[in-house]
Design a protein around this ligand. Sequence first.
Ligand code: NAD
Length: 488
Amino acid sequence: MEAIAKQSEVKNFIDGKFTKNMHETMDVISPLDGSIISKLPLSNYNDVDKAVNAAKKAFIGWSSQTLKERVQVFFKYRMLLEKNKDELTKLIRLENGKNYDEAKAEVEKSIELCEFAVSMPQIVVNEIQEVSKGVECRIERKPLGVVASITPFNFPNMVPHWTIPNALVFGNTMVMKPSEEVPLSTVRIAELLKEAGLPDGVFNLVNGGKEVVEAICDHPDIEAVSFVGSTKVAKIVYKRATSSLKRCVALGGAKNHLIVLPDANPGMTASNVVASMSGCAGQRCMAASVMVGVDKVQHIIDKMVEESKKIIPGKNLGAIISAEAKKRIEKYITEAEADGAKILVDGRNAVVSGKDEGFYVGVTIIDHVTTEMSVAREEIFGPVISIIRAKNLDEAIEIENGSNYGNAAAVFTQSGGLAKEVMDRASAGMIGVNIGVPVPREPFSFGGWNESKFGVGDITGRSSIEFWTQNKKVTTKWNPESQINWMS
Ligand code: NAD
């Protein structure tokens, strides 16, 4: 594949050019078969500094364009994503291990994110009002300057598009640090942005690990940091970025609870729950992780077991990101078993013929889990669902509320009244009613509660407009004859 050959070595992209690597490298491994697909430079503060300087220089010209001018680049870029969809899809699959269809859906979501960004001239209309006779006050939205975006492994193409289009159309310039596990997609994003006509220095890429993240948090010329990843790192980044007086939104991990009531439609519920926990091999921050079964739901659980048999590793179930992650997931299952839970479907030791070195875990359904077990409390990030039995809806909501996380929650029922109860009382930022993956689409914004997000506002949709801009309040009086009162 051409794109793979091109990226036999991942390079940083600074000021519109790929730079020569001067650092130690680490291997990039495909989860599909464990093969080494590229090498990644472990960059440091100096590389971040160079990228920031390029972004600062580019900010002058880019921010002086109008919003309508800037979105033209993203109209072209959106077409390039469409044109290169198949190649981008294969690249996601190669580095992340998800299925072709899941990877394709990811690129399609990136296209949708660009469509929201190019509609900003229609959405963002500045406010103006005559506040006293002849005196007008208006609000203008201005960019922040150089901003940064740090992304995780699970959506190599989509999560970068949560930030790039919106931040850039408002006139900011960016330094991005993708996950070291999936750096190839972002390299193609940089190339396509350039092809679309984005001026040099507006988008820069610095590859590496912790050291790059720390440099971003500390750099005095970066104004805002957007982070998506685990809660552990989200906390570190939020604390470090805000302590150096930056604006920060840091999205963390998840432990999403789906509450299933006995009146739920059995077929739809079983297939939705299984699709939610197994899609992208359970490596979605919106994936179902705990099912709280209220009262008599055995018939639904039986259907889930049946449903799970249709999901075959390596066929319609993608790979787990790394050997280490596979080991971690299997350890959780073993612990639950030792603690007395009942494994209804066991995905341990999955093998995919011809891909013995790949990282696969089959769908796993664990019943009779109790709230103190690690599978009930911690993020597993694999195709595993823990079923906790509850006597009634109050108890189910209490279990959901007991989680430290709060990304998503869902309820499955045919009763509007009971669904509303969960909508009102669940402690999560995104709620689904009869929907297992309740991702809000633009213009609605994406973001959780509790330890699933640190900072004010959400990362996408309308909410992101606030994050990527600052307001300038301008008061004007053009006619010297206008008499003003003391407040003007
Ligand atoms: P991660 O936290 O390990 O890594 C995210 C980023 O942080 C990467 O770029 C990585 O290089 C960097 N990083 C890792 N350790 C660091 C450290 N000690 N100091 C500084 N930087 C560090 O996350 P991941 O494994 O790539 O992604 C999976 C996690 O992301 C899951 O917890 C998942 O729930 C979460 N996630 C959340 C959302 C959301 O919207 N809330 C979306 C996608 C993924």
